[in-house]
Design a protein around this ligand. Sequence first.
Ligand SMILES: NC(=O)C1=CN([C@@H]2O[C@H](COP(=O)(O)OP(=O)(O)OC[C@H]3O[C@@H](n4cnc5c(N)ncnc54)[C@H](OP(=O)(O)O)[C@@H]3O)[C@@H](O)[C@H]2O)C=CC1
Ligand SMILES: CCCCCCCCCCCCCCCC(=O)OCC(=O)COP(=O)(O)O
Length: 324
Amino acid sequence: MIPAERKRGLLPLKMSFLTSWAIIPLLLGSVGVYSLYRLLQRLRSRAYIQDAVVVITGATSGLGKECAKVFYAAGSQLVLCGRNEESLEDVVRELNRMRKGSVKTHKPHKVIFDLSDVEAVSSAAKEIVKLVGNVDILINNAGISYRGTILNTKVSVDRMIMDINYFGPVALTKALLPSMIKNGRGHIVVISSVQGKISIPFRSAYAASKHATQAFFDCLRAEMADTDINVTVISPGYIQTNLSMNAVTDDGSKYGVTDKNTAEGRSPEDVAQIVLRAVGERKKEVLVAGVVPTLAVYLRTIAPKLFFAIMAARAKKERKLKNA
Ligand SMILES: NC(=O)C1=CN([C@@H]2O[C@H](COP(=O)(O)OP(=O)(O)OC[C@H]3O[C@@H](n4cnc5c(N)ncnc54)[C@H](OP(=O)(O)O)[C@@H]3O)[C@@H](O)[C@H]2O)C=CC1
Ligand SMILES: CCCCCCCCCCCCCCCC(=O)OCC(=O)COP(=O)(O)O
């Protein structure tokens, strides 16, 4: 005879045994469905990028050069943009030396212009359309950084940073957008920064240009919502490039130092792969940052007073270090 209490306990015991076994095919099924979903997503991404006409600004170094490599290897038809023909030719030579995989690659084009010259941007856009017809993907990558105090920085320096980082990409986007709309599809990508979301001391001009970039391209995404034009904003943290070396200071002279944060940043190869994936998956925005900068971005919205206090302490500490 089984006592009544045991009888009562037996049913849930039996059920939990059964459900634990039933969960295995359920789990396997979910893993299978997810793997199939990922495979389809990868195939769709590959088809989107292969043979696509991709324009990359700032292709001579750093992230732009690495983007050129990953899109080239993925079979895109590249238009490499830069200020210096010889540096662009070096990149083309590097692409030619790359080991060819199974994907058919295309001979890249070069277009030389300075992004801070609006007239030059407009003629460059015409040259691009003449060379390749429709542009499928525009990667606004070129940019310059800055170090200085607001008090000592000449307005001409603020303007120069805005011209290169903001008005340049805006002008190029506006020049290529009509042909994308006419063609019925297109993709505008912009490399912003964590500093497009939070401002840190002694980066006023740079952070302002990246905040403006974020705002402009968010508006563009909304305005293009009823078309087949995608907009992707990538906001990276520190990357190991020449950005700090090439940064300008408050009087417009070159900073010329590779900062510790830059040297310890992510590799540009890794970030270029993230850009490729984000474009393939038509992501709207991607924050490419570690835990602390990511927390800082959220803190700015959730607890602004605390964020401002941390930034004030940071400014004080940096000023002290400089004066020591
Ligand atoms: N490195 C980092 O820590 C981070 C970088 N970013 C962003 O990534 C992007 C790429 O920078 P990164 O690769 O790091 O830095 P680099 O200095 O290595 O590359 C900058 C590129 O921009 C080009 N460029 C600069 N000024 C102009 C101009 N007036 N007209 C045309 N092209 C110009 C440079 O060309 P040239 O060779 O002629 O100088 C170069 O190709 C920038 O937008 C930057 O803000 C964002 C977050 C972090
Ligand atoms: C509760 C815990 C909260 C922790 C938040 C603490 C906030 C700490 C501040 C973090 C600041 C991160 C700044 C990141 C800046 C950055 O990654 O910029 C990328 C660039 O564009 C680099 O350009 P630069 O010229 O500045 O080298």
